[in-house]
Design a protein around this ligand. Sequence first.
Ligand SMILES: C[S@@+](CC[C@H](N)C(=O)[O-])C[C@H]1O[C@@H](n2cnc3c(N)ncnc32)[C@H](O)[C@@H]1O
Length: 219
Amino acid sequence: MSRQRVQQLASEFLARADATGWFEALYAEAGADYAKVPWADLAPNPHLVEWSVRNHLTGEGTTALTVGCGYGDDAEFLAKLGFRVVAFDISPTAISQCERRFADSQVSYQVADLLKPPPAWQQNFALVFESYTLQSLPLALRPAAISSISRFVAPSGQLLVIARGREETDALGGLPYPLTQVELAQFESLGLRQQSFEDYWDDENPPVRRFRVLYTRSN
Ligand SMILES: C[S@@+](CC[C@H](N)C(=O)[O-])C[C@H]1O[C@@H](n2cnc3c(N)ncnc32)[C@H](O)[C@@H]1O
């Protein structure tokens, strides 16, 4: 499925004031043809893998949450590192494809809406991993989404965010809408402390500007 088709689907749903319905429509249209989903690499995010190797990340039985998990490769990667992983997505089709791809998985795959998450997830995860969900949401929904993500982080827990990055003054263009540092600063106003901030161009062709940010909750 072309990026153009994705834009078309998103625009159709946004015109009906349904900002997230297009994800399920897209996954349903793709069916088992995963290549039709433009962000589906069917491999763990290389920016997560590189970061985890460099930081000797191990789960040792602690809990992790993967936000907007898509087809589940990042969740499976974290499970292999020893985390007890919950992974969720708003799309029932994406979740059933995760369960089909990883039939023997230890990951708990769940259909849930980031904007209305189960109350039991509040401050419940030692590691929260968010990649590319925020950038796929309209700007108006981001404060609520950021607030929701921040609440998942347990006391002394960590949040890793990987996203496309832009300056406030950059043109927005089409989906995905890269994040700004002003948007990310909301995590700090919600009780998380920024531990590291990386701003770099990846090795895609053409290169994409990425932000990779680690936060911790001190209490
Ligand atoms: C751009 S994709 C990224 C998928 C995956 N995180 C990755 O990095 O490949 C965004 C994902 O977030 C999911 N999503 C969007 N809005 C959501 C919401 N409100 N709650 C849960 N998942 C959501 C979509 O269904 C989609 O799978």
